[in-house]
Design a protein around this ligand. Structure first.
Ligand code: SF4
Length: 363
């Protein structure tokens, strides 16, 4: 079993991060934040997918001002992502941002940072110290070299230096991230950082790539870190609709049995025994499951010979035959349906099962 490292606890809006709080799934919008309606629409989709904390980029005052209206229309905590301009950080908090992500060292000096910290104290807002491989101070790079899996020290020293700047101002509502686009550097860096601090950690691989590459990189890095007990909140970064980030995030937690959300689907890869057009069927079932809440185990199998048996642990499943499909529950066949009616009938059965589960309070 995974034993999580006990970190300090902070609150982002009404979500607790760190300590024994559940590992939370975050995402970031890719709309223009000053387009209030577009940003709200995307956050509402993210909420429906289960996103628990959302971050928006705040590159200018128009974006900082839009935060007020966005906050009013959404129900998960909103974090403002700010670089360089302390005034934007203050404006974002005045407009209701429940967290800010900054790199304290690039806000233009101690006085400007003090203004940001004062605003954070007044508004009860935590600060994420976010350090990237590309943002490390020159003197640290000179001393430690560019971060590598063998020596990620520059990332850690930069993060801790920035944390120290906040602590000097009497501020400790902090979480930390040290992002690299390299999987091994990410793992080595967070392991080292976790040994040096007990602030909660926001983990992730930055600029991980598209759906396949990004999912693999994030799963490897975060899988290993979570298995080590490291990481309190995370974002899977993908060059895709951010809703996919949330879906991948929950699948990752499910794979490690850290958290579960919604149904789980198992499906076979098909083989020479398959006599049914399984791929579109599996895709349609998967799309349907995304709208469901209960923790059903659903199997979509290519053949009757192995289907129900291999998927015995599934609550409900389909297995293809020649021109027909069978529907089974807990390994037992309950119906045989013509292929062209199979999807519709199966989705009905699924909905029925979900309804029963929710009525029984099993979820
Ligand atoms: S379930 Fe049947 S069709 Fe699918 S891979 Fe196994 S043997 Fe092949």
């Amino acid at each position: 079993m995974i034993e999580r490292k006990k970190t300090r606890q902070i609150r982002v809006g009404d979500v607790t991060v760190g300590g024994d709080a559940p590992v939370t799934v975050q995402s970031m919008t890719n709309t223009d934040t000053s387009d209030k309606d577009g940003t709200i629409a995307q956050i509402v989709e993210l909420e429906a997918a289960g996103c628990e904390i959302v971050r928006v980029a705040v590159p200018d005052l128009a974006a900082a001002s839009a935060i007020r209206g966005i906050r009013e229309a959404i129900s998960i905590p909103l974090i403002a992502d700010i670089h360089f301009d302390w005034r934007l950080a203050v404006a974002a908090m005045e407009n209701g941002a429940q967290g800010i992500r900054i790199n304290p060292g690039n806000l233009g000096g101690a006085q400007k940072l003090a203004m940001v910290v004062d605003a954070a104290k007044i508004h009860g807002v935590p600060i994420r110290v976010g350090v990237n491989s590309g943002s490390i101070e020159k003197d640290l790079l000179k001393m430690h070299g560019y971060p590598t899996p063998e020596n990620p020290a520059a990332l850690i020293e930069s993060a801790l230096r920035n944390v120290n700047l906040l602590e000097e101002q009497g501020f400790t509502e902090i979480k930390i991230s040290i992002k690299s686009s390299d999987v091994l550097t990410t793992i080595a860096g967070y392991r080292l950082l976790s040994a040096r601090t007990d602030y909660p950690l926001h983990v992730g691989v930055t600029e991980a790539g598209g759906l396949i590459a990004g999912t693999v990189k994030s799963s490897v890095a975060l899988g290993i870190l979570f298995f080590d007990g490291i990481g309190d909140t995370f974002r899977v970064s993908l060059t895709r609709d951010p809703v996919e980030e949330v879906r991948v995030g929950f699948e990752l937690l499910r794979a490690l049995r850290i958290r579960e959300r919604g149904p789980e689907m198992i499906s076979c890869p098909t083989c020479g025994r398959t006599r049914i057009d399984l791929f579109p069927l599996a895709e349609a079932v998967e799309r349907h499951l995304q709208k469901m809440q209960s923790r059903l185990k659903v199997a979509v199998m290519g053949c009757v010979v192995n289907g129900p048996g291999e998927a015995r642990e599934a609550d409900i499943g389909i297995a293809g035959g020649k021109g027909v499909g069978i529907i089974f529950k807990k390994g037992k066949i309950i119906r045989k349906v013509k292929e062209d009616e199979l999807l519709a009938v199966f989705l009905q059965e699924l909905d029925l099962m979900e309804k029963e589960r929710l009525l029984d309070g099993k979820g």
